[in-house]
Ligand binder design. Sequence first.
Ligand code: FRU
Length: 425
Amino acid sequence: MSEKFREGIPAWTREHAAGLRRDDSNVAPVIYPPDERLDDDLHIWDTWFLRNRDGSVAEIDGYRVIFSLTSSSDLLPGKRHDVATIRYFYSRDGEEWTTGGVVFDGGALGQRQWAGSAMYDPDGDGDDVYLYYTAAGEDGAEELTYTQRIAVATGGTVRTDDAGFSIEGSWNHRIILTPDGDWYEREDQSRGMIYTFRDPWFFEDPASGETYLLFEANTPVPEGTGECDDPVWEEFNGSVGIAHSPTGDPTDFELRPPLLDAVCVNQELERPHLVVRDGTYHLFVSSHVHTFAPGLTGYDALYGFVADDLAGDYEPLNGHGMVLTNPKGAPFQAYSWLVYDHGDDLLVSSFFNYFDYDRPSLDDVGLLPPEEQQRRFGGTLAPTVRVALDGDETDLVDTLGHGHLPLPREELPTPWWERDGDATR
Ligand code: FRU
């Protein structure tokens, strides 16, 4: 069954992934704790912009807005996923951020909310913001569960005044996508690690004007299909899913076949999103060292793929896919990268994860004394990274400050290679 469903779907293969390695073009500098965190009372991780329907960053009366998964910073960092709450922050200059607060007033679906995206499309009747999120866990269940469904909340309105920016709303929440079991694995089909069906990303295709939602998923690989040379690899079945809105209604989507899969390669292609430049589609995902199949050496990193059209034949950037990773001595310092186009270069935002931790896996972070776990968790935005894109190759250019998110019209700081009088890049 899965073979049929995989027909024609571009693949990130073991041959591609065998080429993964750190080099000067993809290793970010070591991150040090910032003087100021975004909010001392909060752990902050996955973050996304409020964007216009065409994907550009929304600017509302001079404010840009980000949404983040958050929890109280009193909590042990490893526990934060169990209570994740979406909050918003706003800024006039992309450097100083003010905490706006919790977005939903209690009616959100799921036991907690995981990552998503946000679209600003004022229609004059109080429906300004569409917030897509992952409803994680079954509503009403006593125990914590890992069910994942894709939800949208509508009815949010924005207000601005001299004092700042706010989102208000009597939100209307609904589930818009669940896995079908053919293209997209359901929880009961999962053979290895917990399945994924999450991280919705609103996308309007500039070529056609059609409306889509991308998401992280897994391809069902029933036992005995011989999909991979080694049956153990079959549990590593990540995909980038997509759904289409036949009418353009941003709350009404139908599943389509995945844009890309990584069967036999990697189990999690997280937070998929697209940057379209000059008619070329750049698809980005985050993934972890521990979600690569045995026999492959991967990294906690941003990975990218390029194609000529939305449903095109995606090929990994740089031959292997890796665009940006953490240094060897700080392999978990950042995660959950998000790319946006600044004009000449790409800007990449992420969160500051575990620093001062150089072991090969995060498995034993929970064994550290609680105060060490707290000390080593960044829990705020990481320095933004500037990356040059040339055809199917990328190159790290420079880093900006923690959480510095300039809009395309704003000039970027002079890169280090000009600051030092060294003209080579
Ligand atoms: C990536 C991620 C997302 C998910 C969130 C949960 O950091 O795994 O895929 O939505 O974290 O906290």
